[in-house]
Design a protein around this ligand. Structure first.
Ligand code: FAD
Length: 486
């Protein structure tokens, strides 16, 4: 099947009813549920872009297998141009969602493209696992499927196994092998996009602290979200059913986060990519370069988010008439730096890209990883800057209905500024509020702080790969320089 339309994507969700729980009830249809439907529609709109004749050439590539146009984020990049084209595609999607759907399908697509390119890694000791990976990639890319993923075990106690709690009875583990596959049991967090995905991928983060050489916790597999025994438990929705005017982001881009319970779930053998082999699991992200590829996707999302926040800040200062004030300029200057850093790191990552040992063109890791680490502190700061620039204007927010009410003349008269009429001002500041104050906005801050693991872990990961010797040598050379004036 060529790249899907939004309609085909939504039909796919309806055909595979998964067990999604929301506010104490099982959701019958995620595509029509009031707390979820508009999130599904937002993903559908991304799929529509792929099939829109105006964008298709930029959004798809020709499958070497079927000759069909496939979503470009599925491409296994072989050249720098492939990487650049893929980034243009991902940036298009990210701009469509204002960078507010971090788990848009391209995140997992680039992941599996890198893994399929490195399929021999999975087949090293077990050739069938390598074949599984190749076949699975063909399946998801040719059918244009959406994946969610859940990497983290729930933590009952922090005294067991350090950061990655591998506690029997809580963490996800294999409990039985059958001729059909492996039976797994346990819970994982978080499956963002869970209700809107066709498949769920389960593996471990780069720094999974498995210590034994063989472990029932060491798992890498993917299964349909509709697999019996799989249960998605949603948090409350941040789409309150309000209009786009009142709640511009939350009413559109609710991607939902779920805890996932695996109740004796069968993972068929042909969906197993790693099983038991701790070293292979731990080393997969680095050796297969998925870290760099997902950071490249994340960098495009970050850039879109920076562009949105900066654009909003510029309009806010024009509307309030404070653009000339030094503290406004300083804050907006900071937003400009973040934006340009993202852009520069994406470019550096692509310009210094190299073929990895599997022949996959891979973005240079340091610049793209820098975007990921920096955003953990930069994005909360960006949201804070919107608060500082907005002040009480972020609370002067009559709703769309107020503009139709007897209060309208007062609103129109008193809320206008020299730079804006009242309606445009309020509309803009609803957006600023949704970035920096609403629960949707605060979830974005939390997302950026933690979606890629906690900041300490990421800092250590960066430090472990950073080339340090040359810098130390240069300092030592300086200290030993014999250039004193006699
Ligand atoms: C909005 C959102 C969406 C997410 N989406 C996904 C997803 O789609 N898929 C997925 O797999 N995961 C997802 N995650 C989960 C993410 O991977 C984890 O949140 C992340 O790995 C951090 O783990 P944790 O939440 O258990 O934090 P914890 O490990 O509990 O850390 C909490 C805090 O404690 C600190 N801390 C931890 N250990 C120590 C220690 N030993 N000493 C001192 N301080 C410590 C950390 O630095 C951090 O500040 C998402 C998270 C969020 C917030």
């Amino acid at each position: 099947m060529p790249a899907r339309t939004g309609k085909q994507y939504l039909a796919g969700l309806r055909e595979q009813p998964r067990e999604v729980w929301f506010r104490g009830e099982r959701v019958k249809d995620v595509t029509t549920h009031p707390g979820l439907a508009r999130g599904a529609t937002a993903i559908a709109s991304l799929y529509d872009q792929q099939c829109d004749p105006r964008y298709r050439a930029r959004m798809t590539f020709t499958s070497p297998k079927s000759g069909d146009p496939l979503g470009l984020s599925f491409i296994i990049p072989r050249t720098r141009e492939d990487l650049e084209n893929r980034r243009v595609m991902m940036l298009n999607w990210a701009r469509t969602t204002c960078g507010m759907m971090g788990r848009s399908p391209d995140f997992m697509n680039v992941h599996f493209a890198a893994w399929a390119g490195a399929a021999d890694y999975f087949g090293h000791d077990k050739p069938e696992y390598g074949e599984n990976m190749r076949r699975y990639y063909d399946y998801i890319s040719e059918n244009d499927l959406v994946l969610t993923h859940s990497l983290i075990n729930l933590q009952r106690s922090r005294t067991v196994s350090g950061m990655f709690n591998l506690e029997e009875g809580t963490a996800l583990q294999a409990v039985k092998e059958t001729s059909a596959g492996v039976i797994v049991k346990g819970a994982r967090v978080l499956a963002t996009l869970g209700p809107f995905a066709d498949e769920i991928a389960v593996y471990s983060p780069r720094l999974g602290r498995h210590t034994e050489s063989h472990s029932p916790f060491a798992l890498n597999f993917s299964i349909p979200c509709a697999t019996p025994g799989l249960k998605f438990l949603c948090r409350d929705s941040f789409d309150y059913g309000q209009s786009h005017f009142d709640h511009p982001l939350g009413s559109r881009f609710e991607e939902m986060d779920c805890v996932v319970f695996f109740d004796d779930v069968l993972v068929p053998w042909d969906r197993v990519f790693i099983y038991g082999d701790v070293d292979r699991l731990n080393e997969a992200p680095n050796i297969t370069s998925t870290s760099s590829h997902t950071a490249h996707q994340g960098a495009a999302k970050n850039l879109a988010k920076c562009e949105l926040v900066l654009g909003v800040a510029l309009l806010m200062s024009e509307t309030l008439g404070n653009a000339h004030l030094p503290h406004t300029q300083e804050r907006i200057g900071e937003l400009m730096m973040y934006t340009e850093l993202m852009r520069a790191c994406i470019r550096a990552g692509e310009a210094d890209a190299k073929l990895n040992e599997w022949g996959v063109m891979t973005p240079a890791s340091l610049p793209v990883e820098t975007t990921r680490n920096l955003f953990m502190t930069a994005y909360p700061k960006m949201a804070e800057i919107i608060q500082l620039l907005g002040s009480s204007s972020l609370m002067i927010l009559p709703t769309e209905a107020d503009f139709q009410s007897p209060m309208a003349p007062h609103i129109e008269q008193y809320l206008a500024t020299e730079g804006s009429n009242a309606r445009d001002r309020v509309k803009l500041f609803h957006l600023a509020w949704d970035i920096a104050c609403s629960s949707f906005g605060q979830r974005q801050v939390l997302y950026e702080r933690f979606f890629a693991s906690d900041p300490l872990t990421r800092a250590r990961a960066l430090a472990s790969t950073y080339p340090k010797q040359e810098l130390k040598d240069r300092v030592l050379e300086f200290l030993n320089r014999d250039d004193h004036i006699s």
